[in-house]
Design a binder for this molecule. Structure first.
Ligand code: C2E
Ligand code: MG
Ligand code: MG
Ligand code: MG
Length: 277
């Protein structure tokens, strides 16, 4: 390869590298087309009151059915969308679509929407939130924006001001993946979140590791002291749910209660829950 490069002067990269760049470029082009061709869609995962077992809301999770490739998980294209300047448009679409769908659900069933750090820092992000609420007619208190610590890493004053603007709209703000960052406790001091979502990794370890119980207990205790509600993500077993309930965690979410599903399936779940009650 090096010989080829020396002679032709064109081949700067090893062939594997070329293939990777080519694939990335192809993915980029497909992603740019995605908003226009309907290949992006949302799934909804139920959020459940751990004491009553009632569905109280859903988290919207983005899916991409990439033509000729099939389903691509968000972890594999959100970063790319951020890099190529597409996250603003995609994120705005997610907010609009999630609010539009949630407005068809009975009040006060809520909707949680993930917001990436790059999306959050785009100028006028709160206007995007306001527009989605106005277009859908959804009551602001039924919308929750989920941010990760990546949002709080930079520009503290601007970030806090923007969080306050979103709160002033009446929207709730949740800290996602709590406990996985470097300075999770510090963030709680900077801003009073409405909800803390205990990361799936802690819930998973509840089964085998007594330290995980201590961590959940500490996070729930801290949240209570701060007047913040708690959600535990990735609950897969009854044993995990029982532990979380006895530790006073308010809300659970995970495969035990439902995988991310189509809006139709979620509506059916809501109806089944109501007729059972
Ligand atoms: P997240 O917000 O922490 O979402 C939870 C992830 O855990 C989801 O993965 C969900 O499908 C998965 N999950 C839920 N319950 C269980 C369980 O019981 N067991 C296991 N093993 N997994 C469970 P998903 O949908 O692949 O999303 C991954 C991440 O991508 C999300 O993490 C979120 O950070 C991001 N994401 C998803 N949708 C959006 C979006 O619309 N915008 C942005 N910016 N990010 C998004
Ligand atoms: Mg989330
Ligand atoms: Mg999470
Ligand atoms: Mg995550």
């Amino acid at each position: 390869q090096a010989k080829d490069a020396g002679r032709g002067g064109f081949c700067f990269f090893a062939p594997e590298m070329n293939a990777r760049l080519f694939e990335r470029r192809a993915m980029e082009l497909d992603l740019r087309a995605a908003l226009g061709n309907g290949s992006l869609f949302l799934n909804y995962q139920p959020q459940v009151d751990v004491r009553t077992g009632q569905v109280i809301g859903a988290e919207a999770l983005l899916r991409w059915n990439r033509p000729e490739h099939g389903l691509v998980p968000p972890d594999r294209f959100i970063g790319l969308a951020e890099e190529i300047g597409l996250i603003g448009q995609i994120g705005a679409w997610v907010l609009q679509e999630a609010c539009r769908v949630a407005a068809t659900w009975p009040d006060p069933i809520g909707i949680a929407v993930n917001v990436s750090p790059v999306q959050f820092r785009l100028p006028g992000f709160h206007e995007t939130v306001r527009t989605a609420l106005e277009a859908s007619g959804l009551a602001p208190s039924r919308l929750e924006v989920e941010i990760t610590e990546g949002v709080l890493l930079k520009d503290t004053d601007d970030t806090l001001a923007e969080l306050s603007r979103i709160r002033e709209l009446g929207v709730h703000i949740a800290m996602d993946d709590f406990g996985t960052g470097y300075s999770s406790l510090g963030y709680l001091q900077k801003f009073r979140f409405d909800k803390i979502k205990i990361d799936r990794s802690f819930v998973k370890r509840l089964d085998e590791d007594p330290n995980a119980i201590a961590i959940v207990r500490a996070v729930v205790g801290l949240s209570e002291a701060l007047g913040v509600t708690t959600n535990a993500e990735g609950v897969e077993t009854v044993a995990q749910a029982d532990l979380l309930r006895s530790e006073g965690c308010a809300e659970v979410q995970g495969y035990l209660y439902g995988r991310p599903m189509s809006p139709e399936a979620f509506t059916q779940l809501l109806q089944a829950g109501r007729s059972a009650a």
